[in-house]
Ligand binder design. Structure first.
Ligand SMILES: N[C@@H](CS(=O)O)C(=O)O
Ligand SMILES: [Fe+2]
Length: 265
């Protein structure tokens, strides 16, 4: 039902362990273990080299491209360039440059051929959370695949910036005010409702309240790209709210459904 798990549940940033029967193609890279010492949203980070954040396997895949059209398609795709641009932007400035990130996300023209390797669907879930790329302490980038007619629980974003781009289909966002005293003020107060079509880039943070995202289609999956910076919720969880009585519960996010295109068992 809900991809967020109660906080007592084991939190797993799982490593790839299984083959991927339901995702197609080859995933591009992940970045791990990066250290910097500049200040980033309150986190001490080690000094950065302008370019160490491009994962080796991007380069390796580029070298494989002479031999495999599918590898070439992935390593040269505009989606890979998008990953580079996001990584550069977020690792070369001490705080997130939101206008630049918005513009980077806007300029990518979605094509399922670029990202279907990450878009693992699971009709028994409301939506799946598929890790595309992460730089620990800096950001994580996820592809979410929304089951027809399903939605996320109302939640906060653990004091992170969240940028979302619709890659396929449509999504509806409902925003709510954060209750001062959760559970004592009755129903959550809805503050906004918006529909987003393919290509739309939106921004969310705790300053703007809570939200829930829904796939309004009864027949088609929707797919969205989510950039979280810093990746606080992955580390310390977030809060989900009961829309009817306004109560809040701290939850840890469950394991990713896939990591770099590899389905997690
Ligand atoms: N922030 C949610 C998805 S959404 O409803 O914005 C998550 O990461 O699961
Ligand atoms: Fe969200």
């Amino acid at each position: 039902m809900n991809p967020f798990k109660p906080s007592l549940a084991r939190f797993s940033r799982s490593t790839p362990i299984a083959s991927s029967p339901r995702t197609l193609g080859v995933a591009t890279g992940c970045i791990a273990g990066i250290a910097r010492n500049s200040k980033y949203d309150g986190i001490e980070l080690k000094q950065q080299d302008p370019s160490p954040f491009i994962p080796d396997d991007f380069r390796n895949r580029a070298s494989l491209s002479n031999h495999s059209p599918s590898h070439r398609q992935i390593s040269d795709s505009p989606f890979t360039h998008l990953l580079y641009s996001i990584t550069r932007s977020l690792t070369q400035t001490p705080t997130a440059n939101l206008p630049q990130l918005t513009s980077i996300l806007r300029s990518y023209v979605s094509n399922p051929l670029h990202w279907s390797a990450y878009a693992h669907a699971n009709p028994s879930k409301q939506y799946t959370r598929n890790l595309v790329l992460e730089v620990p302490g800096i950001f994580n980038l996820l592809i979410l695949v929304w089951t027809p007619g399903k939605r996320s629980a109302v939640h906060d974003h653990a004091d992170s910036h969240c940028l979302m781009k619709i890659l396929q289909g449509e999504l509806v966002e409902r925003r709510f005010a954060i209750p001062k005293f959760p559970g004592t003020e009755g129903k959550l107060k809805q503050t906004a409702k918006a529909e987003y079509g393919t290509g739309k880039v939106t921004y969310m943070s705790d300053q703007l309240g809570l939200h829930s995202i829904a796939n309004p289609s009864q027949s088609n999956y929707a797919v969205s790209l989510h950039l979280y910076t810093p990746p606080n919720a992955a580390v310390r969880g977030c809060h989900v709210y009961d829309a009817d009585n306004g109560s809040a519960e701290h939850v840890m996010q469950g394991a990713y459904d896939s990591v770099r295109g590899i389905v997690q068992e």
